[in-house]
Design a protein around this ligand. Sequence first.
Ligand code: SF4
Length: 303
Amino acid sequence: MSYKYLFGPILSRRLGRSLGIDVTPFKTCSFDCIFCQCGCTTQLTAERGEFVPLTEVCAEVERWLAEDGKADCITFAGSGEPTLYSRLGELICFIKSHTALPVIVLSNGTLLYRPDVRAELLTADQVKVSLSAWDDASFQQINRPALKLSFQQVLNGERAFRRQFPGKLWLEVFLMEGINAEPEQVKKIAAAAREIRPDKIHLNTAVRPPAEAAVQPVSKEKLDHLCSLFTPCAEVIASFAAQTGSAAELSVEKLIDLIRRHPSTVAQLAQTFGVKPSVILPLLEDSRLQNEVRGGDLYYKCR
Ligand code: SF4
Protein backbone atom coordinates (compact mmCIF):
# COMPACT_ATOMS: atom_id res chain seq x y z
CA MET A 1 0.00 0.00 0.00
CA SER A 2 1.31 3.42 -0.80
CA TYR A 3 1.54 6.40 1.51
CA LYS A 4 0.80 10.05 0.97
CA TYR A 5 3.10 11.57 3.57
CA LEU A 6 5.69 8.83 4.10
CA PHE A 7 8.39 7.85 1.61
CA GLY A 8 11.22 5.37 1.49
CA PRO A 9 12.80 4.07 3.55
CA ILE A 10 15.73 5.51 1.67
CA LEU A 11 19.39 4.92 2.31
CA SER A 12 21.94 7.47 3.27
CA ARG A 13 25.44 7.22 4.62
CA ARG A 14 24.58 9.61 7.40
CA LEU A 15 21.29 8.11 8.58
CA GLY A 16 21.23 4.51 7.40
CA ARG A 17 17.78 3.27 6.38
CA SER A 18 15.54 6.24 6.94
CA LEU A 19 11.75 6.46 6.66
CA GLY A 20 10.95 9.94 5.34
CA ILE A 21 8.00 12.08 6.41
CA ASP A 22 7.04 15.02 4.21
CA VAL A 23 4.57 17.39 5.88
CA THR A 24 4.73 20.35 3.52
CA PRO A 25 3.31 20.64 -0.01
CA PHE A 26 5.89 20.22 -2.77
CA LYS A 27 8.51 22.99 -2.58
CA THR A 28 6.92 24.97 0.22
CA CYS A 29 9.97 26.45 1.85
CA SER A 30 11.36 29.52 3.58
CA PHE A 31 14.34 29.34 1.21
CA ASP A 32 14.69 29.12 -2.56
CA CYS A 33 18.26 27.80 -2.58
CA ILE A 34 20.06 28.00 -5.90
CA PHE A 35 21.36 24.47 -5.25
CA CYS A 36 18.08 22.80 -4.25
CA GLN A 37 17.82 19.35 -5.79
CA CYS A 38 14.00 19.57 -5.77
CA GLY A 39 13.95 22.57 -8.12
CA CYS A 40 12.83 26.15 -7.52
CA THR A 41 10.59 26.93 -4.55
CA THR A 42 6.99 27.47 -5.64
CA GLN A 43 5.66 28.65 -2.28
CA LEU A 44 8.25 30.84 -0.60
CA THR A 45 7.04 31.56 2.91
CA ALA A 46 8.11 31.83 6.54
CA GLU A 47 4.51 31.44 7.74
CA ARG A 48 3.71 28.18 9.49
CA GLY A 49 0.53 26.25 8.71
CA GLU A 50 -1.19 22.88 9.06
CA PHE A 51 -0.61 22.04 5.42
CA VAL A 52 -1.69 18.42 5.90
CA PRO A 53 -4.08 17.06 8.56
CA LEU A 54 -2.17 15.86 11.61
CA THR A 55 -4.58 12.95 12.09
CA GLU A 56 -3.88 11.65 8.58
CA VAL A 57 -0.12 11.73 9.06
CA CYS A 58 -0.42 9.99 12.45
CA ALA A 59 -2.63 7.31 10.86
CA GLU A 60 -0.01 6.66 8.17
CA VAL A 61 2.75 6.39 10.76
CA GLU A 62 0.68 3.88 12.75
CA ARG A 63 -0.04 1.88 9.59
CA TRP A 64 3.63 1.82 8.57
CA LEU A 65 4.68 0.70 12.05
CA ALA A 66 2.13 -2.13 11.91
CA GLU A 67 2.85 -3.21 8.32
CA ASP A 68 6.61 -2.70 8.11
CA GLY A 69 8.35 -0.70 10.85
CA LYS A 70 11.81 -1.63 9.58
CA ALA A 71 14.11 1.39 9.47
CA ASP A 72 17.00 2.89 11.42
CA CYS A 73 15.23 6.19 11.97
CA ILE A 74 12.26 8.35 11.04
CA THR A 75 13.29 11.56 9.32
CA PHE A 76 11.38 14.74 8.62
CA ALA A 77 12.60 15.66 5.18
CA GLY A 78 11.31 16.00 1.66
CA SER A 79 10.81 18.84 -0.74
CA GLY A 80 10.14 21.67 1.73
CA GLU A 81 10.98 23.00 5.19
CA PRO A 82 9.45 20.75 7.90
CA THR A 83 9.40 23.41 10.64
CA LEU A 84 6.83 25.32 8.57
CA TYR A 85 4.36 22.59 9.61
CA SER A 86 2.54 24.07 12.60
CA ARG A 87 1.75 20.63 14.12
CA LEU A 88 5.36 19.40 13.96
CA GLY A 89 5.87 19.27 17.71
CA GLU A 90 2.70 17.25 18.26
CA LEU A 91 3.63 14.88 15.44
CA ILE A 92 7.10 14.25 16.87
CA CYS A 93 5.54 13.52 20.28
CA PHE A 94 3.08 11.11 18.65
CA ILE A 95 5.89 9.23 16.91
CA LYS A 96 7.99 9.10 20.07
CA SER A 97 5.06 7.62 21.97
CA HIS A 98 4.58 4.86 19.36
CA THR A 99 8.11 3.73 18.52
CA ALA A 100 11.64 3.75 19.89
CA LEU A 101 13.07 4.64 16.48
CA PRO A 102 15.06 7.87 16.64
CA VAL A 103 13.35 10.93 15.17
CA ILE A 104 15.49 13.21 13.03
CA VAL A 105 14.57 16.61 11.59
CA LEU A 106 16.39 17.96 8.53
CA SER A 107 15.78 21.69 8.65
CA ASN A 108 17.20 24.80 7.05
CA GLY A 109 17.15 26.40 10.52
CA THR A 110 15.28 29.52 9.43
CA LEU A 111 12.55 29.36 12.06
CA LEU A 112 14.82 28.57 15.01
CA TYR A 113 14.78 32.25 15.98
CA ARG A 114 11.26 31.46 17.27
CA PRO A 115 11.12 30.04 20.83
CA ASP A 116 8.03 27.94 19.97
CA VAL A 117 9.78 26.22 17.05
CA ARG A 118 12.89 25.57 19.15
CA ALA A 119 10.71 24.05 21.89
CA GLU A 120 9.04 21.69 19.38
CA LEU A 121 12.37 20.46 18.02
CA LEU A 122 13.71 19.75 21.51
CA THR A 123 11.68 16.52 21.43
CA ALA A 124 13.62 15.20 18.41
CA ASP A 125 16.66 12.96 18.84
CA GLN A 126 18.72 14.64 16.17
CA VAL A 127 18.45 17.83 14.15
CA LYS A 128 20.37 18.88 11.09
CA VAL A 129 20.49 22.56 10.19
CA SER A 130 22.23 24.28 7.32
CA LEU A 131 24.58 27.20 6.82
CA SER A 132 26.12 27.99 3.44
CA ALA A 133 26.66 31.76 3.65
CA TRP A 134 28.74 34.11 5.80
CA ASP A 135 26.88 37.42 5.60
CA ASP A 136 23.60 38.83 4.38
CA ALA A 137 24.76 39.40 0.79
CA SER A 138 25.93 35.80 0.34
CA PHE A 139 22.82 34.57 2.19
CA GLN A 140 20.50 36.43 -0.21
CA GLN A 141 22.46 35.17 -3.23
CA ILE A 142 22.62 31.51 -2.18
CA ASN A 143 19.48 30.86 -0.15
CA ARG A 144 17.11 33.50 -1.60
CA PRO A 145 15.09 33.54 1.66
CA ALA A 146 11.50 34.54 2.26
CA LEU A 147 11.12 38.25 2.94
CA LYS A 148 12.37 39.57 6.26
CA LEU A 149 14.69 36.63 7.01
CA SER A 150 18.25 37.82 7.58
CA PHE A 151 21.52 35.94 7.87
CA GLN A 152 22.10 37.10 11.45
CA GLN A 153 18.58 36.09 12.49
CA VAL A 154 19.09 32.55 11.17
CA LEU A 155 22.56 32.27 12.73
CA ASN A 156 21.28 33.56 16.08
CA GLY A 157 18.40 31.06 15.95
CA GLU A 158 20.74 28.13 15.31
CA ARG A 159 23.03 29.28 18.15
CA ALA A 160 20.07 29.61 20.52
CA PHE A 161 18.84 26.15 19.59
CA ARG A 162 22.26 24.64 20.29
CA ARG A 163 22.23 26.13 23.77
CA GLN A 164 18.93 24.37 24.51
CA PHE A 165 19.15 21.13 22.53
CA PRO A 166 20.73 18.15 24.31
CA GLY A 167 20.52 15.86 21.26
CA LYS A 168 22.87 15.57 18.31
CA LEU A 169 23.06 18.73 16.22
CA TRP A 170 24.54 18.41 12.75
CA LEU A 171 25.34 21.25 10.38
CA GLU A 172 25.35 20.92 6.60
CA VAL A 173 27.37 23.37 4.52
CA PHE A 174 26.63 23.37 0.81
CA LEU A 175 29.57 24.58 -1.27
CA MET A 176 29.48 25.62 -4.93
CA GLU A 177 32.38 26.44 -7.22
CA GLY A 178 32.65 30.16 -7.97
CA ILE A 179 30.04 31.08 -5.33
CA ASN A 180 31.12 30.15 -1.80
CA ALA A 181 33.99 27.66 -2.09
CA GLU A 182 37.10 29.86 -2.08
CA PRO A 183 39.15 29.28 1.10
CA GLU A 184 38.64 32.89 2.28
CA GLN A 185 34.86 32.47 1.90
CA VAL A 186 34.86 29.05 3.54
CA LYS A 187 36.88 30.42 6.49
CA LYS A 188 34.10 32.95 7.09
CA ILE A 189 31.43 30.22 6.92
CA ALA A 190 33.54 28.14 9.31
CA ALA A 191 33.76 31.06 11.76
CA ALA A 192 29.95 31.33 11.78
CA ALA A 193 29.65 27.54 12.10
CA ARG A 194 31.88 27.62 15.21
CA GLU A 195 29.37 29.91 16.88
CA ILE A 196 26.68 27.23 16.43
CA ARG A 197 28.86 24.52 18.05
CA PRO A 198 27.43 21.56 16.09
CA ASP A 199 28.41 17.99 16.93
CA LYS A 200 29.22 17.29 13.29
CA ILE A 201 29.70 19.34 10.14
CA HIS A 202 29.02 17.90 6.68
CA LEU A 203 30.18 19.40 3.41
CA ASN A 204 27.91 18.84 0.46
CA THR A 205 28.02 20.01 -3.14
CA ALA A 206 25.91 20.04 -6.30
CA VAL A 207 26.40 16.44 -7.34
CA ARG A 208 22.70 16.11 -8.22
CA PRO A 209 20.87 18.46 -10.63
CA PRO A 210 20.34 21.79 -8.78
CA ALA A 211 17.55 24.38 -9.11
CA GLU A 212 19.84 26.66 -11.11
CA ALA A 213 21.66 24.79 -13.86
CA ALA A 214 24.66 27.15 -13.65
CA VAL A 215 25.51 25.94 -10.12
CA GLN A 216 28.74 23.96 -10.29
CA PRO A 217 29.96 21.31 -7.85
CA VAL A 218 33.23 21.49 -5.94
CA SER A 219 35.66 18.64 -6.58
CA LYS A 220 36.00 15.89 -3.98
CA GLU A 221 39.69 16.78 -3.56
CA LYS A 222 38.93 20.42 -2.85
CA LEU A 223 36.17 19.52 -0.41
CA ASP A 224 38.55 17.17 1.40
CA HIS A 225 41.04 20.01 1.66
CA LEU A 226 38.42 22.46 3.01
CA CYS A 227 37.29 20.09 5.80
CA SER A 228 40.11 21.14 8.13
CA LEU A 229 38.94 24.77 8.14
CA PHE A 230 35.97 23.73 10.31
CA THR A 231 35.71 22.99 14.03
CA PRO A 232 34.95 20.17 14.50
CA CYS A 233 36.70 19.02 11.34
CA ALA A 234 34.06 18.59 8.62
CA GLU A 235 33.28 15.42 6.67
CA VAL A 236 32.40 15.22 2.99
CA ILE A 237 29.06 13.47 2.59
CA ALA A 238 28.15 11.26 -0.33
CA SER A 239 24.72 10.57 -1.74
CA PHE A 240 23.70 6.94 -1.27
CA ALA A 241 25.38 4.24 0.71
CA ALA A 242 25.26 0.51 0.33
CA GLN A 243 21.90 -1.02 -0.32
CA THR A 244 19.69 -2.66 2.24
CA GLY A 245 16.41 -2.29 0.41
CA SER A 246 14.45 -5.06 -1.18
CA ALA A 247 13.17 -5.83 -4.65
CA ALA A 248 9.76 -6.52 -3.12
CA GLU A 249 9.55 -2.84 -2.20
CA LEU A 250 10.00 -1.69 -5.78
CA SER A 251 7.18 -0.05 -7.74
CA VAL A 252 7.03 2.87 -10.14
CA GLU A 253 5.17 4.95 -7.54
CA LYS A 254 7.89 4.28 -4.95
CA LEU A 255 10.53 5.21 -7.49
CA ILE A 256 8.79 8.48 -8.30
CA ASP A 257 8.24 9.25 -4.61
CA LEU A 258 11.97 8.90 -4.08
CA ILE A 259 13.07 10.69 -7.25
CA ARG A 260 10.80 13.67 -6.50
CA ARG A 261 12.86 14.36 -3.39
CA HIS A 262 16.20 12.91 -4.50
CA PRO A 263 17.09 13.03 -8.20
CA SER A 264 19.00 9.76 -8.68
CA THR A 265 21.03 7.74 -11.14
CA VAL A 266 20.01 4.24 -12.19
CA ALA A 267 22.87 2.84 -10.12
CA GLN A 268 21.70 4.70 -7.00
CA LEU A 269 18.13 3.49 -7.47
CA ALA A 270 19.32 -0.06 -8.05
CA GLN A 271 21.33 0.12 -4.80
CA THR A 272 18.40 1.52 -2.86
CA PHE A 273 16.00 -1.19 -3.94
CA GLY A 274 18.55 -3.99 -4.10
CA VAL A 275 17.89 -4.89 -7.73
CA LYS A 276 19.86 -4.92 -10.95
CA PRO A 277 19.81 -1.71 -13.04
CA SER A 278 18.03 -3.66 -15.79
CA VAL A 279 15.03 -4.01 -13.45
CA ILE A 280 14.91 -0.27 -12.83
CA LEU A 281 15.36 0.95 -16.40
CA PRO A 282 11.88 0.10 -17.81
CA LEU A 283 10.21 1.89 -14.88
CA LEU A 284 12.14 5.05 -15.69
CA GLU A 285 10.26 5.31 -19.00
CA ASP A 286 7.37 6.82 -17.02
CA SER A 287 6.24 10.11 -18.59
CA ARG A 288 6.40 11.88 -15.23
CA LEU A 289 10.20 11.57 -15.27
CA GLN A 290 12.94 13.31 -17.21
CA ASN A 291 16.70 13.05 -17.11
CA GLU A 292 19.69 15.35 -17.00
CA VAL A 293 23.42 14.72 -17.25
CA ARG A 294 25.32 16.02 -14.23
CA GLY A 295 29.04 15.45 -13.63
CA GLY A 296 29.03 12.78 -16.35
CA ASP A 297 26.17 10.82 -14.71
CA LEU A 298 22.59 10.57 -15.95
CA TYR A 299 20.17 11.67 -13.21
CA TYR A 300 16.43 11.04 -13.27
CA LYS A 301 14.16 13.72 -11.83
CA CYS A 302 10.46 14.59 -11.92
CA ARG A 303 9.09 16.90 -14.63
S1 SF4 B 1 17.62 22.98 -0.27
FE1 SF4 B 1 16.20 22.71 1.43
S2 SF4 B 1 16.06 24.75 2.31
FE2 SF4 B 1 16.89 25.04 0.29
S3 SF4 B 1 15.12 25.43 -1.06
FE3 SF4 B 1 15.53 23.21 -1.10
S4 SF4 B 1 14.18 22.37 0.47
FE4 SF4 B 1 14.35 24.58 0.87
